[in-house]
Design a protein. Structure first.
Length: 283
């Protein structure tokens, strides 16, 4: 498959990967779209779909042959996601991929409060150990998710206390990723912390969303017991419920606070803030 473009993008059937793939196509960059289902890949000029599975190196390795730069969007939440990441990173290294640009998480560490952040850190370490060049894009909590946090009663519930987060719009993450992928060698070895322009509490988010949507939205600071109890009805496995709750406790612990200048440094534009985001058409 070495006659295919040397830039490969995963996750193009999802929101973030799709944004990145479309922006690259609009800028005239040939790419191969690494997808699990070719029928779900966006139809873009000079962007042929190629089948891969993170968990299946036998399928993935041929698809990765000839790839110089790989944009690796983290896999969907799953109990074995880390093992999937390991298998795909190993397949990429074996296929001769030269540079992996990986979508990680703000504050990723082996002991961070957000449980899935630990998996992101472990994935980063696997990429470092693979011998490929790397760039890590550590995005903060998505601004895009804030409107979905309120229940049917208009209440955002979570044990975040009065903590704040430097939430970032997915559009800014995509633009930052494209900036790196256009000239990856310049960004080799760098870790970028992608945030919005300000720290936001869930109470303030509720106020802004109330004004922008016309719907009354409030924030209830749950206890840990309330948090686990209120999510038990979803029937999700214990590891996933713990991950959901730890998103809020990470905010309470201050681990998602602290705006950075990395989005502006990469794109030349200021990141979107909550007030501006709340006025966009999706709301």
């Amino acid at each position: 498959m070495t006659d295919l473009p040397g830039l490969a993008v995963t996750g193009s059937s999802g929101v973030l990967g799709g944004m990145v793939a479309r922006q690259l196509a609009e800028a005239g960059f040939p790419q191969r779209l690494l997808v699990r289902d070719a029928g779900r890949a966006p139809e873009l000029d000079t962007a042929p779909p190629v089948l891969v599975s993170y968990a299946d190196p036998v399928l993935s390795r041929p698809a990765l042959e000839g790839v110089k730069t790989l944009f690796m969007v983290s896999a969907a939440e799953a109990e074995d996601r880390l093992q999937q990441h390991y298998a795909f990173v190993d397949a990429a290294a074996a296929a001769g991929v030269q540079h992996i640009v990986y979508t990680s998480f703000f504050g990723a560490a082996p002991d961070c409060t957000f449980t899935l952040g630990r998996d992101h850190y472990a994935t980063e370490e696997r990429i470092r150990a693979s011998g490929t060049a790397f760039t890590f894009l550590r995005n903060n909590f998505y601004l895009d998710f804030l409107p979905t946090l309120a229940g049917e009663d208009g209440v955002i519930r979570g044990p975040a206390r009065d903590g704040v987060m430097a939430a970032v719009a997915r559009e800014d993450i995509a633009r930052s990723a494209v900036a790196v992928l256009r000239d990856p060698a310049v960004h080799a070895g760098f870790t970028y912390n992608l945030t919005g322009p300000e720290d936001i509490s869930l109470a303030r988010a509720a106020e802004v969303l109330t004004r922008s949507t016309g719907r009354t939205i409030t924030y209830h600071d749950e206890t840990l017991e309330e948090a686990y109890s209120s999510r038990a009805s979803y029937g999700a496995p214990a590891w996933l419920v713990k991950a959901w709750v730890s998103t809020y406790t990470a905010i309470a612990a201050g681990e998602l606070a602290g705006p950075t200048s990395d989005v502006r440094g990469l794109t030349g534009q200021d990141p979107i803030g909550l007030e501006e985001f709340a006025k966009l058409p999706q709301l």
